[in-house]
Design a binder for this molecule. Sequence first.
Ligand code: GTP
Ligand code: MG
Length: 619
Amino acid sequence: MRKDVRILLVGEPKVGKTSLIMSLVSEEFPDEVPLRAEEITIPADVTPERVPTHIVDYSEAEQSDEQLYQEISKANVICIVYSVNNKKSIEKVTSHWIPLINERTDKDSRVPLILVGNKSDLVEHSSMETILPIMNQYSEIETCVECSAKNLKNISELFYYAQKAVLHPTGPLYSPEEKEMKPSCIKALTRIFKISDLDNDGILNDNELNFFQRTCFNIPLAPQALEDVKNVVRKNMSDGVKDNGLTLKGFLFLHTLFIQRGRHETTWTVLRRFGYDDDLELTQEYLFPLLKIPPDCTTELNHNAYLFLQSVFDKHDKDRDCALSPDELKDLFKVFPYMPWGPDVNNTVCTNEQGWITYQGYLSQWTLTTYLDVQRCLEYLGYLGYSIIQEQESQAAAITVTRNKRIDLQKKQTQRSVFRCNVLGARGSGKSGFLQGFLGRNLVRQKKIREDHKSYYAISTTYVYGQEKYLLLHEVLPDFEFLSEADLACDVVCLVYDISNPCSFEYCAKVYKKHYMDSKTPCVIISAKSDLHEARQYYSLSPLDFCRKHKLHPPQLFTCNTAEAPSKDIYTKLTTMAMYPHMTQADLKNSTFWLRASVGATVFAVLGFAMYKALLKQR
Ligand code: GTP
Ligand code: MG
């Protein structure tokens, strides 16, 4: 909302502009007034909308045209005052004042006007009959009011309307010509409806209406008031209320009604609560709250955020198959201004047999976005209304910034739950296959992936000692010169070579020596395509000897040319190494260590699924 409001009064001489201002300030009618009142500022706490308000008088006798034009361009709202007993002063409203003001303001950002008929104490009849056609002719006229500086009638109302015209403008919401809400307003309110419709049945039931009311206005609706609202809608349309709840149509109707009755501050309160600015765009502060991320720290979603995302998933997984069909996914992202996930996402996370993103895959993709691009994650959470539904200060409340990795290394433990593994290897060595294997896809399944739907990331969960962790695999392009610090930073490294290609190991050896030999990052050599015939590598050392020499874990055989999903063991190993980088190779070679890690994996994989099923049943 604006920080202050500047109200300018104009009109023919002697219509009572100065008297109106003096009456407001002194609460009595001054018999004598100066030609022009000094500019006065009303402090925020005594104005109805709690914003400082400047009131500026104009006097033809004291001011030049140039001064008048300057004031017009500075004003946020202009009151054109006429005297109800003076026909000429009314005529001048359209013949002189409105054109003069419009000439000096942009067509797209016209200042709102208020027509003020003063000296109502002098006449029996209202001037409304003459004024209404003018109101219909000029959409920039916000409202009109008849008042009397002498009787102090409607004086504070007049300044309240002026304030309201600035703070809660009708322009962006409503088209007076068409007598309906503008498309951008309908769009915003539709999004708000979707977010507030917590069970996504297209109806706001009493619970949802109460929650909505409490979030927007900080007070619950009395049961009777709730019924009254529904009755108003029922009376006006047949499909505004369904199953005793408000449909989108009914919801939009109510807001049209508010606006038509001059209560557009109600609609504005709702819009602002959901993050909209005066142009009905989501504000930067709403979408991108400040979040400091020190170096060597990563970003993860916290428990509360996962619960929220789970509820969003639930509300869109209509057929309860624990996956989002293309239609369900489209519906989920209807509250976004664009579709955030492209087809590559389906090749970044786990999908079901139909290729649809599963519950687990959905959470994985969120985890990936949070890790790689936290600003984007904040933006997306903003579209979903996270801070509103979860009653948080901002979207930033969803994020855990992990502690500096150096402290983790010193303390030999970590609280992180997302680990990054860079996968490097020569062209064609099997990196992509290794990534897709993590998503449970064998070679036959991988062959179906379209080239333009490929992803250089794969993320899913593994279980280390029964704890669920995310492992994020990143395929690094093998162009040597382009490897930047950021490309190389990670928690564990996979160096992949193709056992059937004698030229492929050299790349691994080179990368290792150049980038990782002296780093603390654990490295694993992957012997990919282990189903093929092994060729002798053209390199001074065999892969096994190379590993011995550099005290690395022996090369790990891997193939995705399997009948079923490729084995998950290697990914659990990688996660374990990422979590415990200080463990020596001897520790890691110890078979019971791996056994404990992988037993945990099965137990928890089953439990995790069972728990999700149980949650679904509860609903
Ligand atoms: P300029 O500064 O010359 O442009 O005039 P103004 O619009 O500021 O008018 P001003 O307040 O000086 O009032 C003009 C005359 O109208 C004064 O004699 C006021 O006392 C009288 N007047 C102002 N308001 C009212 C009103 O509500 N009722 C009656 N009866 N007289 C009013
Ligand atoms: Mg005056």
